[in-house]
Design a protein around this ligand. Structure first.
Ligand SMILES: Cc1cc2nc3c(=O)[nH]c(=O)nc-3n(C[C@H](O)[C@H](O)[C@H](O)COP(=O)(O)OP(=O)(O)OC[C@H]3O[C@@H](n4cnc5c(N)ncnc54)[C@H](O)[C@@H]3O)c2cc1C
Length: 371
């Protein structure tokens, strides 16, 4: 009864993507999740599948393959998503210069600069004053993190993957996973514990250099039910955040200006992204505070900074704030993710950082399909 081909510990997006890849191989698979449903980073994020943020080359390839697999799973299981694309907005000449340089380097005819008029056509609610244009990419997708993981788990369960929710794996090794009330065996065990450093896999990820990052997030409800932002939105501060822009020589002067003009934003690691879900609500954020330990309180000052910056490109009087929360992800200072083979048949996957949704399916497929 408790014998499987493969066991996955962790029912966040990395565990679910790993289970999906194993199931595709025909492996009899069990997922063990300690909560009644996923409550970690997977349900706390923007739902942005954001290949544009990856460095060109291998990471971009993984993100684009992940996108294909996401689409396969979302369409296959009837889970809501939006092929919305993304706009990086420029309200200053130095921001425009970085975006233009990136478009040249990326050399993909689908990724291009838009005039202010073209930008407004893609996203009507934007602030037009001072808008110099935007970089458009069609590849970004939106999912609703609050429903996606549970729907995906439900779909996998219907197709034969077994789940044990509300069970914490307390020991992994020698082909065995122990929970408080049962033991399970398998030749292949994948541990996907997220940023949780107290349990199984946490020590190994921390020893390999995983850091914890805490983000503050908000959800807003538009005043008008027909309000549509049209695409994922971000602006100048985001250019300092993602690795894809690091090859742009024009990034240096922009960074110097923003560091000088916006010290509060630098102190709290704030850049501002907006996504919109099927029910019309907007997810807004975020800030970045580095662990290992965090105060359990959110800072109103940080939320105010996020909203002030947002108002520079998206008038905030059009919606009201409905919810606030925080989330923690694990990231490595250099590696885009960690795959640790700790003993024969046991692999820990983690530290996918702020791109874990984007990369999940691509990374999981690579790991599961290794020779
Ligand atoms: C605020 C925020 C915004 C983000 N925005 C985006 C975004 O828009 N796009 C993007 O690509 N990425 C984004 N990310 C990153 C992304 O959400 C994470 O990288 C990703 O969700 C990590 O998935 P995971 O499965 O590794 O971890 P988690 O979602 O934390 O899942 C791990 C699961 O393992 C379970 N678990 C742990 N230990 C055990 C155990 N011993 N036994 C059983 N179960 C266990 C936990 O209960 C948990 O459910 C964001 C992250 C945050 C925090």
């Amino acid at each position: 009864m408790n014998k499987f081909d493969a066991i996955v510990v962790g029912g966040g997006i990395v565990g679910l993507a790993t289970a999906a890849a194993l199931h595709k191989q025909g492996a009899k698979t069990l997922v063990i999740e300690k909560n009644a449903f996923a409550t970690g980073a997977t349900v706390r994020n923007f739902g942005m599948l954001w290949p544009i943020g990856q460095t060109l080359g291998e990471m971009r390839d993984i993100a684009m393959r992940s996108r294909e697999l996401w689409l396969e799973n979302l369409s296959g299981h009837g889970i809501w998503f939006n092929e919305c694309g993304s706009l990086h907005l420029a309200y200053a000449a130095d921001e425009y210069a970085v975006l233009e340089e990136y478009v040249r380097i990326a050399a993909d005819p689908e990724i291009r600069m838009l005039t202010p008029e073209e930008t407004m056509q893609k996203s009507r609610p934007l602030r037009q004053d001072g808008l110099l244009g935007a970089m458009w990419s069609p590849y970004e997708l939106c999912v609703d993190p609050r429903i996606t993981a549970s729907k995906l788990a439900g779909a996998l369960e219907s197709s034969g993957v077994e789940f044990r929710f509300g069970r914490s794996a307390t020991h992994v090794g020698e082909g065995r996973v122990a929970t408080v009330d049962a033991d399970f065996t398998a030749e292949r065990i994948y541990v996907c514990p997220g940023a949780d450093s107290d349990g199984v896999g946490g020590k190994e990820l921390a020893d390999a250099g995983m850091e914890k990052v805490r983000l503050q997030m908000l959800r807003a409800v538009p005043n008008d039910a027909s309000y549509q932002i049209g695409a994922h939105l971000c602006a100048g501060l985001t250019l300092l955040h993602y690795r894809n822009f690091r090859d742009c020589a024009s990034l240096g002067p922009l960074r110097a200006r923003l560091v000088d003009e916006m010290p509060d934003y630098m102190e709290h690691g704030i850049h501002v992204l907006v996504s919109q879900h099927g029910d019309g609500s907007l997810t807004l954020g975020d800030s970045h505070h580095y662990g290992p330990h965090f105060a359990p309180y959110s800072s109103e000052a940080v939320d105010d900074l996020i909203l002030e910056y947002l108002d520079r490109f998206l008038p905030t009087e059009s919606f009201s704030i409905a919810q606030r929360w925080d989330g923690v992800y694990g990231k490595h200072p250099i590696e885009p993710f960690l795959v640790l083979d700790t003993e024969p048949g046991v692999t820990i996957i983690g530290a996918l950082g702020g791109a874990g949704m984007t990369l999940s399916f691509g990374v999981a497929e690579r790991v599961v399909n290794r020779g």
